[in-house]
Write a protein that binds this ligand. Structure first.
Ligand SMILES: Cc1ncc(COP(=O)(O)O)c(C=O)c1O
Length: 414
């Protein structure tokens, strides 16, 4: 504890740990050390209880029936929309669309906005540090429309090349889609500043917030972006849930992404009129229980001392960064000044998967591989990395166990 920054000391991590039953799990005879939070987070009792309560006392379809259970389900589902609005400071609940995750949010914009706005000769600008889910949907829509995908390079330190960004904006891309916090490097991009530059160049701006929302306050109006998207499971909520925030004027002008129940006002064989926002983009029965659980997750995060939690995570990341340097042959993949939660590294002569296997035997869960960011791996000339990623419930002891596990890796591989 004494190694952690003062602000982090005020954060009661043991109390938070008590909210996450799975942290008591034993893995290969050891207590679980869960450092795979960028992949997915564990769920607090508050979320598990909300799911239970929903299925025990409110399970019904939403928006459709007049009976009491349907009213309860609708109220709980729409209650999450109000929570999300507050959580990201959207101007209106009409701007909050539920999806099954960040991937679907980006695909929705690429398919709906992209197909109706992009033409041959137009450009879409992404960055070199994107997750595949913010590359492939744009490649698909570029193939369909004849638009061109442009990529802003990154520096050796893992930051966006801002001069290149400005040069690329000079050719007036129609849309800029960028990651808020890199899942493979941990880099925090200055998204408000980048959005202002992109908008000054006339672009529509989407921000992929999958790795940001759990670690820092997000205010979509302060960022100034047109779209912001994230997944519920990376912020202590259920899998299969996510949010697409979109400015109402843009969403209003966009065609539906999928057709089906709930997204219509009236249907005849001659003509269908679509529902109002945000229902126009929520075809079919959604993940009602999951969305209810997402609301509980966001309210749980709101109930914490958020700046204390952030300072706690930052202090753990700084400690991990400093301590892994004692492992011979270990190289951190890009060390940016502004990083959140993620420590991505390689060890000379040892494949990341072998490191992951040895750590697993010690009860330590990390991710190894390309992290759905193959261009980042190519940029740094590595096939894969080991990624330890921190959440609110991690401790200094767990960082010490990670470092001890890595020393063991060195012993095994010489
Ligand atoms: C930065 C980033 N964007 C998008 C995604 C995709 O999220 P999901 O698989 O939950 O849709 C991830 C998942 O790791 C991510 O880290």
């Amino acid at each position: 504890m004494t190694k952690l920054a003062d602000a982090a000391v005020t954060f009661d991590v043991q109390k938070v740990r008590g909210d996450f039953p799975i942290l008591a799990e034993t893995i290969h005879g050891r207590r679980l050390v869960y450092l795979d939070n960028a992949n997915t987070t564990q769920k607090p009792r508050q979320v598990l209880d909300a799911l239970d309560q929903y299925y025990l006392h409110a399970n019904a379809n939403i928006h459709r029936a007049t009976h009491l259970l349907s009213e309860r389900a609708t109220e709980a589902y729409e209650g999450t929309r109000a929570t999300v609005k507050r959580f990201i400071n959207a101007a209106d609940t009409r701007e909050v669309v539920f999806t099954k995750g960040c991937t679907e949010g980006i695909n929705l914009v690429a398919s709906s906005w992209g197909r109706s706005n992009l033409r041959a000769g137009d450009e879409v600008l992404v960055t070199w540090m994107e997750h595949h889910s913010n590359i492939v949907p744009w490649q698909l829509v570029c193939e369909q429309t004849g638009a061109t995908l442009k990529v802003c390079p990154i520096t050796d330190r893992g930051e966006l090349d801002l001069d290149a960004f400005d040069r690329l904006l000079a050719s007036k891309p129609k849309l800029v889609s960028m990651i808020h916090v890199s899942n493979s490097l941990g880099t925090i991009n200055p998204v408000a500043n980048l959005t202002a530059r992109a908008k000054a160049a006339g672009a529509v701006v989407l921000v992929d917030g999958a790795q940001a929302v759990a670690h820092m306050p997000v205010d979509v109006q302060a960022i100034g972006c047109d779209f912001y998207t994230f997944s519920g499971h990376k912020i202590y909520g259920p899998t299969g849930t996510g949010v697409l925030y979109g400015r109402a004027a843009l969403l209003d002008a966009m065609p539906p992404y999928q057709g089906g129940g709930d997204m219509i006002a009236s249907v005849t064989f001659e003509k269908t009129d679509y529902n109002v926002l945000p229902y126009k983009f929520e075809a079919g029965t959604p993940n009602i229980a999951g969305v209810v659980g997402l609301g509980a997750a966001l309210r749980y995060v709101e109930s914490l001392d958020r700046s204390g939690a952030q300072a706690h995570e930052d202090a753990l990341l700084a400690e991990a960064t400093a301590r892994v340097r004692s492992i011979s042959g270990l190289r951190i993949l890009a060390e940016t000044a502004r990083r959140s939660s993620v420590l991505s590294f390689v060890v000379d002569g040892v494949h990341p998967h072998d490191i992951g296997t040895i750590l697993d035997a010690e009860g330590i869960a990390v991710r190894t591989g390309q992290h759905c960011a193959q261009p980042v791996m190519d940029r740094y000339g590595v096939p894969a990395t080991v990624r330890a990623s921190i959440g609110i419930y991690n401790t200094g002891d767990e960082i010490a166990q990670l470092v001890a596990g890595l020393h063991k890796v060195r012993e095994v591989f010489g």
